[in-house]
Ligand binder design. Structure first.
Ligand code: COA
Length: 136
């Protein structure tokens, strides 16, 4: 179950990018919690996940920064949820390294850090998080 947002070019209606957002929760180690100055007595912490994100290839070639713009839009949506509807502390993503080996760099440039529990494991995706309050 997901809600998908489209970014369309005004003049042509073409879909430039899409992202799907879902509710999430993450477990962090004591060290990770410290890193985020998180004094929280529960094991799981509420989050919002970018479940899908892609920029259409012609638009990637035409413009720089659309993927980062979509991440910023996801953060704004989470901020408005925090103010009006429900609370979440992290934006999460499972970086798809199977299909895009270097995608981790894109998320790192956008303020995400890999979650400790999955580091070093041979996986198709790498779970990452971005703190909405503090830079980790
Ligand atoms: C990953 C994706 C969304 C990035 O979108 P984009 O519009 O190209 O990204 P931006 O222009 O905002 O890039 C921001 C920065 O990240 C870098 N970057 C973008 N994609 C990268 C990649 N695959 N590997 C390494 N760096 C990347 C850019 O060079 C840029 O760096 P700079 O600011 O130093 O110039 C896009 O390439 C895409 O749709 N890929 C296919 C689908 C995909 O892999 N989705 C993610 C699955 S989790």
């Amino acid at each position: 179950m997901a809600l998908t947002w489209l970014l369309r070019e005004r003049s042509t209606g073409a879909i430039a990018a899409y992202m799907s957002l879902i509710a999430d929760a993450i477990k962090l180690s004591a060290t990770e919690k410290e890193l985020h100055r998180l004094d929280y007595p529960f094991k799981t912490i509420p989050a919002m996940k970018i479940a899908k994100l892609a920029v259409s290839t012609p638009f990637q070639e035409k413009y720089k920064g659309i993927g980062s713009l979509m991440v910023e839009m996801a953060i704004q949506i989470a901020e408005s949820c925090n103010e009006l509807h429900f609370a979440c502390r992290f934006i999460t993503v499972d970086a798809d390294i199977e299909h895009n080996k270097t995608v981790l760099k894109f998320y790192e440039k956008n303020g995400f850090v890999p979650n400790e529990e999955i580091k070093g494991k041979n996986r198709k995706t790498i779970s990452m998080r971005r703190d909405m309050l503090f830079k980790a």
